[in-house]
Design a protein around this ligand. Structure first.
Ligand code: ADP
Ligand code: MG
Length: 202
């Protein structure tokens, strides 16, 4: 079972991964965006760590809900509301249980990813974070975090040949082809951090 501490460690591991990848995320956001994805997420997840330390929410649902709210309020740009919605809606779907199973987290993440699709109006194939998030939740299959992480990674890599149909990159039309999507790349980090946290816990 996964408790609030597990979720706090997952968010911390994500923040560490974002710190390490910030330069690359911004570099990916240069040719097909406005070169701020790394700094956007770095600011957001740094704020998430701070608020989680300060408020120490006691349930898995409360950890993710607070993290999501913090991302929405600190990250400008498209990715803040989208990542914020992912975490907030996943957290809400977990309810107020003190511990949740991997299968319950898998179900809740599906709710969160569906909310991202509803908010942004994107679908897999549009060259957005959904190209990593959807394969990841499809692979979760009741809590296989390692499979979800590798599916997210492959999904992110598979955005390179796609033409963007949503977000800033879509303004480039065919010129968006040949570049990996920054948001799909950072979504893979979120799932890598989840797999790493689960691995360290087992
Ligand atoms: P901005 O585009 O406002 O500068 P960021 O650079 O932080 O925001 O984030 C860009 C990422 O957000 C893109 O790489 C893409 O993955 C994601 N994104 C943009 N628009 C959408 C959308 N409508 N649905 C899903 N993801 C989106
Ligand atoms: Mg940007």
């Amino acid at each position: 079972m996964l408790d609030a501490d597990f979720f706090r460690r997952w968010m911390t591991a994500t923040a560490v991964a974002v710190d390490g990848a910030a330069a690359r995320l911004t570099e990916l956001d240069s040719p097909i965006g406005d070169a701020d994805h790394g700094s956007n997420l770095q600011r957001g997840f740094t704020a998430v760590r701070t608020v989680l330390d300060k408020e120490a929410p006691g349930t898995p649902g409360a950890v993710l809900t607070l993290a999501g709210r913090q991302l929405i309020s600190t990250v400008g740009g498209a990715s803040g509301p989208l990542y914020g919605t992912l975490l907030r809606r996943t957290g809400k779907a977990l309810g107020d249980a003190a511990e949740v199973s991997g299968a319950e987290l898998a179900t809740a993440l599906r709710v969160g990813v569906d909310a991202v699709a509803a908010l942004g109006g994107a679908a897999p194939g549009d060259k957005t974070m959904l190209d990593a998030l959807v394969p990841a939740v499809d692979a979760l299959d009741g809590g296989d975090f390692a499979a979800a992480s590798s599916a997210a990674e492959h999904g992110a890599e598979a955005t390179t040949p796609l033409q963007a149909r949503k977000g800033r990159a879509s303004y480039l039309g065919e010129r968006s082809i040949g570049h990996q999507d920054p948001g799909a790349t950072s979504s893979a980090l979120l799932f890598a951090a989840l797999a790493e946290t689960a691995e360290a816990t087992s």
